[in-house]
Design a protein around this ligand. Sequence first.
Ligand SMILES: NC(=O)c1ccc[n+]([C@@H]2O[C@H](COP(=O)([O-])OP(=O)(O)OC[C@H]3O[C@@H](n4cnc5c(N)ncnc54)[C@H](OP(=O)(O)O)[C@@H]3O)[C@@H](O)[C@H]2O)c1
Length: 240
Amino acid sequence: MAERAAIVTGASRGIGLALAEELAENGYAVTITARRPEGLERTAQALRERGFDIEHLAGNMNDEAAIREVVARHRERFGRLDVLVNNAGVGIGAPAHQHQTKFVDLQLAVNLRAIVLFYRECAELLRAAGAEHRAALVVNLASIAGKSPQPWLSVYSATKAAVVAYTQAMNKELNGDGIKSVAFCPGFVDTDMSDFVKASIPAEEMLRPSDIVEALRFVLRVSPACVIPEIVFQRRGETL
Ligand SMILES: NC(=O)c1ccc[n+]([C@@H]2O[C@H](COP(=O)([O-])OP(=O)(O)OC[C@H]3O[C@@H](n4cnc5c(N)ncnc54)[C@H](OP(=O)(O)O)[C@@H]3O)[C@@H](O)[C@H]2O)c1
């Protein structure tokens, strides 16, 4: 059995990939998942070539069966779970009078429902790790939009505010079992997801995936008694 193991969703690129790399570099066996098989396969292969212990399984996080399958595969391969990173997310902007139901449902499912289902499916493994070292960790990718909801990105903002709320509830419910949760709330990060805004906010003025990695290092290093419920990352000049 691996000494430490993690699951990272949305890990084929962007923030999820950076967090998966950080965990792998620190000796974690990591299951990575993303929606499209080709990109995920390439990423998994590149990580294995660096000597990391990687399982991968593609699946759409709006699909309950896919979530169950990812967790089952992880359990079968690694037998333990110390860190769960709920990173996969999708943002689709629209004004209030033009929301398409399918996009409302997709954002609710991927950004929020998947997190609830991952906690449920991973509960037993996380409890076992928490009983062992009192520092099992769940990282939930929220957004600064969850702290300061935005027009046009209103549904996305609402899902991310819900992620912050769910994280708080999980701390109240699970800290006693040695399971800590943190909501990361970044402003724009230079990834594919923020491409739509790069005409007005240049990439070099955005946060970097490495900034989010620094936060992961921090929350992993604090003592088991120390719970960090959320971290807000503002871009210089940005206010809530
Ligand atoms: N970038 C930002 O400015 C920013 C700011 C605040 C918060 N965030 C949050 O940070 C997280 C990661 O964002 P990012 O910028 O790294 O995004 P990204 O570059 O667009 O990457 C998204 C990742 O999630 C996966 N994914 C997307 N939809 C999925 C689905 N339905 N099922 C399974 N996997 C899916 C993608 O897989 P495929 O490649 O297969 O599509 C990819 O691996 C998200 O939750 C996002 O809301 C981002």
